[in-house]
Design a protein around this ligand. Structure first.
Ligand code: FE2
Ligand code: FE2
Length: 320
């Protein structure tokens, strides 16, 4: 049923307790059973050893696989990364992910691979995902889809990282269930700063408006809400008002001398003439590693720093 509340009131009435003001210092722990209210901690400051997270956008074809395999191992060491998520939905021939290519991305230093609307374009993934818990597919892909839409991973020093993925509904090729309620259910049962030291949401969607809405909906309840799917990075990395890092789209790991990662010839022909002649083939020129780097406060899971990442290839460089 629709609420008659004005939008702002409706939103605030639906934001879980504790989300607003999530950037405030945590309260002092109250002994079990104590009858006095919690007091603010004096001298509270963000942790001195933040959790360092890296998210890389859609890996496209051989060029994308090569730039991840070539650069990620060194970045893990140089940037002291605690947890790395890579979107692999286009890593195999530009559509889907095979088990073999999943192994390659994991061996390069990804702790988790996310997918997207192309999750099962490679039939291999229908069974492979059940054997590899480090791969997750969108929560709202289909009720019968194999695999899982979220998972809690173990990270360094016993910390837990929740990764979840959802698909948008606006301008997508087929209708998917409501992503907001799908995400809500997982976040409710996995509170940030409680069960999860850090939470990363990959929102795989076309419309920038839907992605920004998801960012605000999750603000204070995830460490990072990052968009994927368009293959073009946006320039709006920020920490939202309740402390979640946000980027509308991470861009792709692929060759930007292309049409969203595909060799230009066939997409141009289809746009100009309206007629298809061949298959889309991934562009195989020098690729850019594209994504976002986030530091979080260990105790709250809230983001303290966010930086866009673009390395190699044709795009202007950006790194922490
Ligand atoms: Fe996609
Ligand atoms: Fe994609």
């Amino acid at each position: 049923m629709r609420s008659n509340l004005p939008v702002a009131d409706f939103l605030s009435s639906n934001i879980p307790r504790g989300v607003r003001g999530a950037r405030s210092p945590p309260s002092a722990a109250v002994p079990h059973g104590a009858a006095f209210p919690a007091l603010p901690l004096h001298g509270w400051h963000p942790t001195k050893t933040p959790m360092r997270l890296l998210f890389l956008g859609d890996v496209v074809g051989r060029a994308g696989r090569s730039v991840v395999a070539g650069r990620l191992p060194k970045l893990r060491a140089d940037w002291g990364l605690d947890f790395v998520v890579v979107n692999g939905e286009n890593a195999s021939s530009g559509a889907g992910l095979t088990g073999e290519h999943a192994k390659l991305l994991l061996a390069a230093g990804a702790d988790c691979l996310t997918l997207g609307d192309h999750a099962f374009d490679q039939k291999d993934m229908l069974t492979y995902i059940e054997t590899e818990p480090r791969i997750i597919r969108p929560l709202n892909f289909a009720r019968q889809a194999p695999g899982k839409g979220y998972r809690v991973f173990g990270a360094k020093d016993g910390r837990k990282v929740l990764v979840l993925q959802a698909l948008g509904q606006v301008f997508m090729k087929r209708p998917f269930d409501d992503p907001f309620s799908a995400v809500e259910a997982v976040l409710k049962s996995h509170p940030l700063g409680g069960m999860a030291s850090a939470t990363i949401l990959d929102f795989h969607a076309e419309a920038t408006s839907e992605k920004m809405a998801m960012g605000h909906w999750c603000d204070g309840r995830v460490s990072l809400c990052v968009g994927t799917h368009t293959h073009v990075p946006t320039g709006d990395a920020q920490i939202l008002t309740a402390g979640s890092a946000y980027l509308t789209d991470a861009g792709m790991c692929g060759d930007y001398n292309s049409v969203i990662g595909m060799d230009r010839q066939e997409p141009l022909r289809r746009f100009v003439t309206g007629m298809a002649k061949g298959r889309f083939e991934p562009a195989n020129g020098p690729a850019t590693l594209s994504g976002v780097y986030v530091e979080t406060d260990d105790r709250t899971g809230i983001a303290t720093r966010v930086v866009m990442v673009r390395l190699g290839g044709r795009l202007q460089e950006s790194q922490p």
